[in-house]
Every structure is written in C-alpha cells, then in structure tokens.
Design a protein around this ligand. Structure first.
Ligand code: UT7
Length: 337
C-alpha cells in the first residue's frame, strides 16, 4: 500500500531581525506585554528595500528540502504552496515558485487556508499520492506578513504577533505494509467566523477592487483580528480535532511522541497541552524566535524539531494541529518510516 513519506524538510527566514524592543520604537507596545501575552521575543521581516515575495522565501526553503531528499526540481510531480500572503493577487505563488525552480510544466496548486494551510497541503499531497496522481510532491508554506501590517498603535494587537518565513517538505509515495506516513487528517472550516481574522482589501467583490483615491489610513487594508475570541476557539477546538484525528488513525495520545502545533501564541499551545494532559516536553515551541509565520509555522517547527533530534526516528509519531483565519482548523498525524 502506498504511504506518504517525508523525505526532506527546509526552512528560510529573511535576514531582517525585528525584536520587541524595535516595535516599541514604532508603536505603543512593550517587550513585557508581548512576551507575557504571546511568548514572542523576536520575528524576521523582509528587507524594506527591494522585492521579496513569499515565493522567494519558499524557494530557499524548497532548495534545502530538495537537497535533503536528494531530488532535483525535475523529479517533482506536483507543487503545493500554502500562503495567505501571495506575491501578487494572481497568479498564485506555486506558479512563481515553479518558474524560480526552473520548471515550466509541473502542476502547482495554491492553498489559501491560512494557519491551517500546511495541514490542508499535506492532506492534499497525501490524496494525490494515494490515488496515484503524483509520486513526489513538494509542499511549501510561506508568508510575507510584514509588508501588509498596520505598524501604528491601531494595529498593535495583530502586528506584534506576525513574522515572515517559509518552510518546505518533500513527500514521496512509498509502497510499504508498515503503519507509517500520514496516518490521518481531520480538517474543518467554519466561514461564519471569517470576519474574526481577515484582511478586507483589496476586494474583488467590490465594483472596483482598489477604490480610487483610497488612503492607507483605511483600516480595511490591514488584517484585523478578534484575538480573544480566536484564542478561546483555539483552546476548545484544538484538543477536539486532536482526538478526532487520533480516532481516525486508530491510535491513542500515548502513541504520539511529539505535538507540533501552529505557533500563534505560546499560551494557546500551553493551554492545549494542559487540556490533553501532555507533559510540557511533548509540545514543540519556537514562536519566541519567529512569531506567527502562519502557513510556514508547522513545517518550520517540524524542520527544527527534526534538526534538534526531538522527532524523526523510524516509528516515531508526530501530531500537527492548527487553527486560524477562516476559521479553519485541523490535525494530522504522521509516523516516520
Ligand atoms: O494565527 C492566527 C490565529 N490567531 C490567533 O491564534 C491569535 C489568538 N489570540 C491571541 O493570541 C491573543 O488574543 C492576543 C495576543 C492577540 C491578544 O492577547 P489578549 O490577552 O487576548 O489581549 P486583549 O486583546 O484582551 O487585550 C488586552 C489589552 C487591551 O487593552 P485594555 O483594553 O485592556 O486597556 C489591548 O488594547 O492589551 C492591549 N493590547 C496591547 N498592549 C500592548 C493589545 N495589543 C497590545 C500590544 N501591546 N501589542
């Protein structure tokens, strides 16, 4: 039976390190507030000069993942790019990334499921692999948030939490009877709460997507978020979807070696761990270094967890879980070959 196996991972963050102290200089916030409420100490933003899109960050992460897998771009049957911050409105980042990899006919797909993007991407790759539509798939999560944030005090609740970055995973279909690969995924959406985290403009639903004479003082150009309500939903739904995925995989929580949650807020993940009654060392955090990199956060954390030897040995099982704009949420369980 064909199983979806991770063959390589990669990550890339832009060089511009932004500390909480740096943010204190541009808005009414404090290092203490940010650390206490979110666990974040710093994040990376793209340089203020030049042109850097999510596909550029994704390219560097992809090259690393391909190297580790021992693949060349030509080996790829399919590229999936998860992002909420595409380089431009269209075409999608997958198109740009494929061209930057030197490809001119490999199929690509962009996924717009925000913080859950990597999970939707992994589940989609798995479906392509198991139905024989593809054998070697590259899944990339990449975000450039910094160019679209409201860096005045008005936007401080959102701006302090987001960072730019990308990560990539090479996934291959392997024929084996062992219980390995993506064991289960449980994915959800509730668009009734779309407005609790969104960026409204530009909007193709308007007669004119970019209304003439708009001022960037218009808050609809920036992401707005009902943080406390999302926080409560995350703490309730992440444990629930975790149990759903465990049930689908037919395994217990005691068989999970490491939980890698989306890195939105350290407090959310600590509460999630407490609900599951997990020892602290079973939950992976790296939000203090990168902030919330949305679709990149889970693969970025996976890459680092493997690098640190926290996960990755044959037979070890990792659970990914995320909730974010949409609202979308989900969990996937993966066992290493
Ligand atoms: O990844 C996508 C999914 N998103 C999430 O998972 C985010 C979930 N939500 C959160 O992580 C938290 O709600 C936040 C970190 C965004 C906010 O933390 P909170 O503990 O929920 O704070 P709050 O929004 O209730 O605000 C508390 C106070 C307010 O002041 P008053 O009204 O009590 O005077 C805010 O104006 O903190 C103020 N505040 C800030 N102060 C300093 C909000 N943002 C900041 C800031 N610096 N950056």
């Amino acid at each position: 039976m064909i199983k979806s196996i991770i063959k390589g991972t990669g990550k890339f963050v832009p060089p511009n390190l932004v500390t909480n102290k740096d943010l204190e200089k541009i808005m009414d916030t404090s290092d203490e507030w940010i650390q206490q409420r979110t666990g974040i100490k710093q994040r990376y933003w793209i340089p203020e000069e030049g042109v850097t899109g999510a596909s550029d960050l994704g390219l560097e992460a992809a090259k690393q993942a391909l190297d580790e897998a021992g693949w060349t771009p030509d080996d790829l049957d399919f590229i999936i790019f998860a992002t909420l911050s595409p380089d431009i409105m269209f075409p999608g980042c997958g198109c740009f990334l494929a061209a930057k990899l030197g490809l001119n006919s490999t199929p690509t797909l962009d996924i717009r499921q925000q913080c859950t993007g990597f999970l939707y991407g992994f589940a989609t790759a798995d479906a392509y692999i198991k139905t024989g539509l593809a054998k070697k798939v590259l899944v990339v999560g990449g975000e450039v948030h910094s160019s679209g944030l409201d860096k005045s005090t008005r936007g401080r609740d959102v701006t302090v939490i987001f960072g730019d970055g990308a990560a990539a995973v090479c996934i291959e279909g392997v024929d084996t009877q062992e219980s390995v690969g993506l064991l289960a995924s449980a994915l959800h959406t509730d668009g009734n709460f779309a407005e609790s985290l969104m960026a409204e403009l530009p909007a193709s639903r308007l007669p004119q997507r970019n209304p003439p004479g708009v001022s960037l003082d218009d808050p609809r150009y920036f992401p707005v978020m009902d943080g406390p309500s999302i926080f409560k939903k995350a703490v309730r739904l992440l444990p629930k979807v975790t149990h759903e995925a465990l049930e689908k995989a037919g395994i217990g929580l005691d068989q999970i070696d490491l939980v890698i949650p989306h890195q939105a807020n350290k407090r959310i993940n600590q509460a999630f761990g407490q609900f599951l009654k997990l020892p602290e060392d079973k939950i992976f955090h790296n939000i203090e270094k990168y902030g919330n990199t949305t679709a990149a956060s889970i693969p970025l954390a996976l890459h680092e967890a493997i690098e640190q030897g926290r996960i990755g040995k044959s037979g070890e099982t990792v659970l990914f879980a995320a909730l974010g704009a949409g609202l979308t949420w989900g969990a996937c369980i993966y066992r290493f070959l």
